[in-house]
Design a protein around this ligand. Structure first.
Ligand code: FAD
Ligand code: 2HG
Ligand code: ZN
Length: 475
């Protein structure tokens, strides 16, 4: 029976699963069909533990042909599906809302080829990001994206959310580094856009449609992606800053002085530091400051790169912008510093309920949103923290409370979306809209743009079986 956790939402015009359907899939994917409620528990619930569906069926195809047969059948029967990779998404997009069939890419984890001259990697969509990075690293290459969830997220999930992460500053977005892909439409039709070319202006660049479409237009089954050279050595500086203006001055100087060796420029405020200290027992290598900056550098000449970073830091010290900081070149120390920043999402969860926002803002307005939010919610929240990819203009604003609090939520939304819209920011910088944010899309996109999105959805998925209730708004 379909349990409705979302009283304002009705199940769409989809069929209910029958025993005959399960028999069909069991024949197609012997031993790779899960129906037991306890086996499905993890896949029915999102990483944050705030969205939960009641799917009764999880399918684990290994090949593109199998995905095609699954979708052809589901489309014919009008059975809704949700594609799922590592289930690390943060907007409720990767789990069913009602009883959608979960199509998992867990077993689509084969590497197809690696050209170590061009740096092109071809693989199936279910490869785990960290596994790919360690594979290409043997050829002195690295993946063009890096994020805290790398140990679980799948490359297909990364493409589907157009994940950003901590090295977007250096390597750019997946819209640039993905060279080709293969996807299956709702009808089962396999779309071959498997180019491995750096330059290819022959017609519409269809692969871009699937990047960032959160599983609503097709299921990505294979990917070809350009891997940059692995930096010969990496250094990390972690610095205390007296004000957010100082953070911005250091950023400007870092771009100027570190140029091509700048890999990442991240920031966190003191409330963020308190979070990982209180909740994860991590220790800061620098004394207390209102803000902290994490700078990562890496290039092709370790000695030269280190000299550059040292000269830069000395300059910042002598101009009085920095008074305390630490530099790491050794991998354990680097990992410890990154842990302070990358384990923030995990640390916040310990507080209870997370109100999670991921916005793009002009740097001149960037931190003002956190101050305004703190004033607005007052003592109702456990914490209000601001951190993120400041080098890309991307703020992660999180509010926490012991449990979900309706009053607190009504202070946060729609205030935050109106605020971001007023300054022409984006209400979803890198996590997507998923289930949670889709009805706020008009705060960042025009009606004409959303109308065209709806027409594209209708063309590519006429029965609306692919990840319903996600990305597109109700109206
Ligand atoms: P899932 O969560 O399984 O799915 C995400 C969406 O993609 C869903 O809508 C799903 O239906 C769809 N999907 C999945 N696979 C496919 C496929 N093969 N074809 C079509 N659709 C598919 N995100 C960032 O951008 N930057 C970060 O720095 C970042 N850091 C994170 C840190 C942590 C600790 C966590 C938990 C998450 C973080 N995220 C970050 C969010 C998340 O990791 C990314 O969105 C990631 O790209 C999702 O990959 P996944 O395989 O887990 O996808
Ligand atoms: C990060 O950059 C992720 O750490 C998660 O995008 C952000 O949890 C968040 O707010
Ligand atoms: Zn992020």
């Amino acid at each position: 029976l379909t349990r409705n956790r979302y009283p304002d939402l009705k199940k769409g015009p989809y069929a209910d699963l029958t025993g005959q359907d399960v028999d069909y899939f069991s024949n197609l994917l012997p031993g790779r069909v899960l129906t037991d409620a306890s086996d499905l528990e993890g896949s029915n619930t999102d990483w944050l533990g705030t969205c939960r569906g009641s799917s009764q069926l999880l399918l684990r195809p290994k090949t593109t042909d199998e995905v095609s047969k699954i979708l052809e059948y589901c489309n014919g029967r009008k059975l809704a599906v949700v594609p799922q990779g590592g289930n690390t998404g943060l907007v409720g997009g990767s789990v069913p809302v009602f009883d959608e069939i979960i199509i998992s890419t867990q077993l689509m984890n084969q590497i197809i080829s690696l050209d170590d001259i061009s740096g092109t990697l071809e693989c199936q969509a279910g490869c785990v990001l960290a596994a790919l990075d360690s594979y290409v690293s043997d050829s002195n290459l690295t993946m063009p994206l890096d994020l805290g969830a790398k140990g679980s997220c799948h490359i297909g999930g990364n493409l589907s959310t157009n994940a950003g992460g901590v090295r977007l500053l250096r390597y750019g977005s997946l819209h640039g580094s993905v060279l080709g892909l293969e996807a299956v439409l709702a009808s089962g039709e396999i779309i071959d856009c498997k180019s491995t070319l750096r330059k290819d202006n022959t017609g519409y660049d269809l692969k871009q449609l699937f990047i960032g479409s959160e599983g609503t237009l097709g299921i990505i089954t294979a990917v070809s992606i350009l891997c940059p050279q692995k930096p010969k050595s990496v250094s990390v500086a972690f610095l205390g800053c007296e004000s957010f203006e100082t953070v911005l001055s250091i950023f400007k100087q870092a771009k100027h002085s570190l140029g091509e060796i700048l890999l990442a420029f991240e920031f966190m405020d003191s409330a963020s530091m308190d979070t990982v200290r209180d909740n994860l027992n991590l220790t800061s290598p620098v004394s207390e400051f209102p803000f902290y900056v994490l700078i990562e550098t890496g290039g092709s000449d370790g000695k030269h790169d280190e000299e550059k970073l040292t000269a830069f830091l000395e300059n910042q010290m002598s101009s009085g912008l920095i008074s305390d900081g630490t530099v790491a070149t050794e991998s354990t120390k680097i990992a410890n510093i990154w842990g302070l920043r990358e384990r923030m999402a995990e640390g916040l969860m310990v507080d209870g309920y997370n109100y999670k926002y991921d916005v793009s803002l002009p740097l001149s307005k960037f931190y003002q949103l956190v101050d305004d939010m703190r004033d607005r919610v007052g003592g109702l929240a456990t914490r209000v923290v601001g951190y993120g990819h400041v080098g890309d203009g991307n703020l992660h604003l999180n509010v926490t409370s012991p449990q979900y609090d309706e009053e607190l939520m009504s202070l946060i939304e729609p205030f935050i979306y109106d605020w971001v819209s007023k300054y022409k920011g984006s209400i979803s910088a890198e996590h997507g809209l998923g289930f949670k944010k889709r009805n706020f899309i008009y705060h960042s996109k025009s009606k004409s743009a959303v109308d065209l999105m709806k027409r594209m959805k209708l063309l590519m998925d006429p029965n609306g079986i692919l990840n319903p209730y996600k990305l597109l708004p109700d109206n």
